[in-house]
Write a protein that binds this ligand. Structure first.
Ligand SMILES: C[S@@+](CC[C@H](N)C(=O)[O-])C[C@H]1O[C@@H](n2cnc3c(N)ncnc32)[C@H](O)[C@@H]1O
Length: 393
C-alpha cells in the first residue's frame, strides 16, 4: 500500500498508545494477559487502514484481536478507528508478518486473517506474497492445531496460486469461493474489498485449517541438502574408517579426556541418555570418494520434545578449511525443522574456544553452563541453543 506520509504521524501514533504494542517480542506467549477472559486470539496480517479490524473486533468482544501492519501511516488510521469506537480488545503491531514467530509463541493464535494482501504479480517476487508456502509455514509456528487462516482477495491469479500453497504448507482447504458476495454481501468487508466489490470485481475467499504436516526424517533432508556427499548411518563395515578420522584430531581427544578407540567408538554409537530409544539416535558419517570427511551424531526429541541434540560434529583434520563443517552446520537446523523439531541444542566444552566460535557462527547462543562427565572427570560445558530453520522461508 503506497501512502502519503501522514502529518504529525508520531503525535497521532502516540495518542493511540493504549492500542499500540511497541515491543511485541516482549508479549510473546503473554498476549492473553491483555485480556484473560478472551476466548480466542485472532490476528490480522496487513490490516491497512483497519475497517475490517475495527468492525471484526467490535463484533467479537469476547475475542482478543491483534493487527500487524508494516506501514505506520496506514496503521495509525486503523488505530484511530478502533480508538474512536472505544474498543479495548484490539492491539496493533507496527511489524512484519515474516517474523510472526518472534511476536507470538507456538500455539498462541487461533485464527489469522489475510485480506487483500499485495499480489506481487511478477513470478520472481512470488515469495513475497503473504500466502507463499514459506510464509504459511511461518504462520503454522504460532497457530494452534486446527487453527484457521481466512484469506480473501480480489486477485484471481493470486487466489488460484494460493490454493496450491495452502496444502503444501499443511493447511486443509475449505469454504473455497470465487464469488463471495454473489448472493449479497457476506461478512465484514475490508477497505479494499469495499472498493473492488463496488467496481463489480468478484471476491475470492478460502479457509485453510492447520493440519499435521508429515515429518521428513532428519537424515533424508540432510541427504537432500548435501547431495555432494553420501550421508549414511555408521555400520560395522565403516568403523575402521570412522575411527581413523577421529584419531586424527589429537587436540579433541586431549580436550575431552576421551581417546578415540574402537571400544569407545562402539560405546558412543550405542550410548543413550535415560528414557531415550535407539530410534532417536543417529550416528552418521559423511563420505566423499570412499572416505569419511566428517561424522555427525544427534538425538531427536532430546532433552525435550521437538529439540534435536547434536552430540558430535567432527570434520576430518586433513579436510578442514574446505567449509565442510559450515555446510553441515547450515543443513542441520533445516533438517531438524523438516523432521518436526523446533530447536537444536549442544554442549560445547568451556575450554573449546574454537568450537564455541564455530557454533556461534552457526547461529547457536549460550543457554546456560552445564557439566559433563568423561572418564570420571567433570568438565564445564556451554549448553548452546538455536531455533530450527524453516527452509522454505
Ligand atoms: C493491499 S493492502 C490491504 C489492506 C487491508 N487488508 C484491506 O483489505 O483493506 C495490503 C496491506 O498489507 C501490508 N503488508 C504487506 N506486507 C506486509 C508484511 N509483510 N507485514 C505486515 N504488513 C504487510 C501493507 O502495508 C498494506 O497495508
Amino acid at each position: 500500500m503506497r501512502m502519503r506520509k501522514k502529518k504529525n504521524l508520531e503525535q497521532r501514533m502516540e495518542s493511540c498508545s493504549a492500542l499500540w504494542v511497541r515491543e511485541p517480542a516482549q508479549m510473546r506467549g503473554l498476549w492473553r494477559t491483555k485480556m484473560p477472559q478472551a476466548k480466542r486470539l485472532r490476528l490480522e496480517l496487513g490490516c491497512g487502514k483497519g475497517r475490517f479490524t475495527a468492525e471484526t473486533a467490535a463484533a467479537h468482544p469476547e475475542d482478543l484481536y491483534v493487527a500487524v501492519e508494516r506501514v505506520p501511516d496506514a496503521m495509525v488510521i486503523a488505530m484511530e478507528r478502533c480508538k474512536a469506537l472505544g474498543l479495548s480488545n484490539v492491539f496493533f503491531i507496527d511489524g512484519d508478518a515474516a517474523v510472526l514467530d518472534t511476536y507470538f509463541a507456538p500455539d498462541e493464535v487461533d485464527l489469522i486473517y489475510i485480506n487483500f494482501c499485495d499480489p506481487w504479480p511478477s513470478v520472481k517476487h512470488s515469495r513475497r506474497r503473504l500466502t507463499y508456502e514459506g510464509f504459511l509455514r511461518g504462520y503454522r509456528k504460532v497457530l494452534r492445531d486446527g487453527g484457521e487462516i481466512h484469506f480473501k482477495t480480489d486477485n484471481r491469479d493470486l487466489f488460484e496460486w494460493s490454493l496450491f500453497q495452502f496444502p503444501k504448507a499443511g493447511f486443509a482447504l475449505s469454504e473455497v469461493t470465487r464469488n463471495l458476495h454473489a448472493n449479497g454481501v457476506q461478512g465484514i468487508m475490508t477497505d479494499y474489498e469495499e472498493k473492488f466489490h463496488g467496481m463489480g470485481t468478484p471476491i475470492n475467499r478460502c479457509v485453510g485449517t492447520k493440519e499435521a504436516l508429515p515429518d521428513v526424517p532428519v537424515l533424508d533432508t540432510l541427504r537432500r541438502l548435501m547431495p555432494q556427499w553420501e550421508v549414511r548411518e555408521v555400520g560395522e563395515e565403516d568403523m575402521q574408517a570412522v575411527l581413523a578420522l577421529l584419531e586424527k584430531d589429537r587436540a579433541f581427544g586431549e580436550l575431552s579426556g576421551r581417546q578415540p578407540t574402537m571400544e569407545n567408538l562402539r560405546d558412543d554409537l550405542a550410548a543413550l541418555p535415560p528414557r531415550c530409544l535407539p530410534s532417536q539416535k543417529h550416528y552418521v558419517a559423511i563420505w566423499e570418494g570412499g572416505a569419511p570427511v566428517a561424522v555427525l551424531d544427534w538425538l531427536e526429541h532430546y532433552p525435550r520434545e521437538r529439540t534435536l541434540w547434536i552430540g558430535l560434529l567432527m570434520v576430518d583434520y586433513n579436510q578442514r578449511g574446505r567449509g565442510i563443517g559450515r555446510t553441515v552446520a547450515d543443513a542441520i537446523p533445516k533438517a531438524a525443522c523438516a523432521g518436526g523439531m523446533d530447536s537444536l541444542r549442544l554442549a560445547c566444552l568451556e575450554e573449546n574456544q574454537a568450537g564455541h566460535a564455530f557454533w556461534e557462527r552457526a547461529g547457536f547462543r549460550n543457554l546456560r553452563m552445564g557439566e559433563t562427565q568423561t572418564e570420571g572427570e567433570r568438565q564445564s560445558v556451554w549448553i548452546m541453543e538455536r531455533l530450527a530453520e524453516n527452509e522454505a522461508l
